[in-house]
Ligand binder design. Structure first.
Ligand code: GLU
Length: 318
């Protein structure tokens, strides 16, 4: 590891110290409560996992406990859409970036107001509306969007991943706002498939269940110019992998992307279950999980952990 700090030490030791430093801050956060399985989660669960490019794995705490990946799935849906550009031509890319932007939203991830003001074109693919557009495009090109997501994630995680059926059911029962966004975009002509189909694909990807170690493995290819170091398979060409990382950095942590750039300085994507996936270019994939959230919707202890890890090992990309 390239570290400029004196106290980097062994990575296992660093992760243990970072865990000890970050975990207490979870007490000041609040778990998501819009569905029972998130509301009832033990707020003291904590996991920090890092997988290096050579496959060496490091983990602390509850790194073997699975949770719904929720919004982190937006990264992988975008990856599938970008793969289409390679397979089906530049037209897909042009369409994608005509129908969804690449700017931080500056509004909550599920804001309807911004969508109305901006005529049904979501700010970026990391907010709900943007992810719905990505799924709408995937429905045009993939026979089985749900299967493609599971296949990609299982492949990258190195083991079969599945869906948490109770989360899937509950997400479906509480999707009024996402449905409203989809309908609003349809009214502007920016949604081509039936709302239920698009929402079905989106809810399914949110309910995919993974451990922090599996997520850390799965994001590694984005820190490795698009090639999965485990299999040697090119998931995305380098230029597209870097674009996904750029979108994660600028848009991946809800309305706190500036704060993350400032304190962590690495591409990250959060999920409402309290997980944050993080890329350390050319070094490793990281995932932290601690359910209590800060007001922007990011894991509070997760943010503290990544900031501490980044500063101890001097990992910032800036
Ligand atoms: N299922 C959640 C929603 O669509 C995911 C949100 C998130 O993780 O940010 O509202």
């Amino acid at each position: 590891m390239n570290t400029d700090t004196d106290d980097s030490g062994d990575l296992d030791q660093v992760l243990a110290e970072v865990t000890e430093h970050a975990k207490p801050s979870a007490d000041d956060g609040k778990v998501a409560d819009y569905i029972p399985s998130l509301a009832e989660v033990d707020p003291n669960l904590f996991a920090l996992a890092a997988v290096e490019m050579d496959g060496t794995e490091h983990a602390t705490g509850d790194s073997g406990v699975a949770f719904p990946i929720q919004s982190m799935s937006k990264v992988f849906a975008l990856v599938l859409a970008m793969q289409l550009t390679e397979d089906d031509g530049e037209g897909v890319s042009e369409e994608l970036w005509r129908r969804v932007g690449r700017e931080p939203s500056g509004d909550p991830f599920n804001s309807l107001v911004q969508l109305e003001r901006e005529k049904g074109v979501p700010r970026n693919p990391m907010i709900n509306a943007g992810a719905l557009i990505v799924d709408d495009i995937l429905l045009d090109h993939c026979d089985d969007v749900r299967g493609s997501m599971i296949e990609l994630l299982s492949d990258l995680a190195g083991e079969e991943v599945g869906v948490d059926e109770s989360v899937l059911q509950a997400e479906g029962d509480t999707s009024s706002r996402n449905m409203a966004m989809a309908n609003l975009m349809a009214s502007f002509g920016n949604l081509h498939h039936p709302v239920d189909d698009v929402l079905g694909a989106y809810i399914h990807q949110c309910a995919i269940s993974m451990t922090s170690l599996q997520v850390a493995r799965a994001v590694r290819f984005l820190a490795n110019d698009g090639t999965d170091p485990a299999s040697g398979r090119q998931i995305l060409p380098p230029r597209l992998a870097r674009r996904v990382a750029a979108i994660m950095l600028t848009c991946g942590t809800y309305d706190a992307a500036g704060e993350f750039a400032f304190t962590v300085g690495l591409p990250c994507k959060s999920g409402v279950a309290g997980s944050i996936a993080c890329l350390v270019p050319e070094k490793m994939g990281v995932c932290v999980w601690s359910p209590p959230l800060e007001p922007s919707g990011n894991s509070l202890a997760g943010r503290v952990a990544l900031s501490e890890l980044s500063s101890r090992l001097n990992l910032t990309v800036f």
